[in-house]
Ligand binder design. Structure first.
Ligand code: HEM
Length: 202
């Protein structure tokens, strides 16, 4: 498995987490009404807050050219504004993401894999946001929008660059840990906000 392309290695290593998270989110009815959808958007905002410094990192951009343009934090924050998320809730989200670093650059690659990949499933989520809640790529569901070049092509380009990096066995393991940590952080946001569970996020 460790000779596989990095993107395949990361996909294989996270597919179980993805499935669990995807199922969990859909069980929690994020499209039942705008209130529940807003909680979902806040989970996404927390994730994008942690990822944004990675997208903006000049060091990482030397590996992944054009990285900054993929950053979806401002789209997520605009969605929060569209949906009327309170200042207090925005502050909670900022605090939940504060201090959650990706670790080293290899773990950061894994985080970026997970956050970037989430834009693929977003096609399906956008459809729901449109048909069930009347939202769109320009109001309330901006962070779910695809790229102008097409979601699939944009993702394939990302994977190509990722797969061209020469990583050692240990560096690949670190990347996988980063990808899993990103799924773990996303799951925690879902449990706290959408499921309303009390999770220790110190
Ligand atoms: C209900 C929520 C979600 C659904 C229904 C969903 C659905 C999907 C679907 C259908 C794909 C495959 C698309 C394709 O191959 O064309 C996909 C890919 C992906 N999603 Fe999700 N997703 C959800 C949430 C998330 C979240 C929250 C994350 C990140 C924390 C995430 C991370 C990924 C990744 C990394 C991939 C790419 C897998 C690969 O091919 O390497 N997804 N998702």
């Amino acid at each position: 498995m460790s000779n596989a392309l990095l993107s395949t290695f990361l996909k294989d290593g996270t597919s179980q987490e993805h499935e669990r998270l995807d199922r969990r989110i859909m069980t929690l009815a994020p499209f039942a009404d705008r209130e529940r959808y807003t909680l979902f958007v806040r989970t996404q905002t927390r994730l994008q807050r942690v990822a944004s410094p990675l997208y903006q990192s000049e060091r990482l951009a030397r590996w992944l050219p054009g990285l900054a343009a993929r950053d979806r934090l401002s789209a997520a924050l605009s969605d929060c504004a569209d949906l009327g998320v309170s200042v207090g809730a925005l502050e909670d989200d900022r605090r939940a993401a504060e201090g959650v670093g990706a670790g080293d650059d290899y773990a950061a690659l894994g985080w970026l894999y997970t956050v970037e990949g989430s834009n693929l499933g977003a096609a399906f989520l956008l459809k729901h946001a449109k048909s069930e809640l009347g939202l769109s790529e320009t109001f309330g569901a901006r962070h779910l929008a695809g790229h102008d070049d097409g979601r699939g092509l944009h993702w394939r380009r990302f994977k190509e660059v990722l797969d061209a990096l020469m990583l050692s066995h240990d560096e690949r393991r670190q990347a996988l840990q980063g990808a899993l940590d990103a799924f773990g952080f996303a799951r925690e946001g879902v449990e706290v906000l959408l499921a309303g569970a009390v999770v220790d996020v110190q």
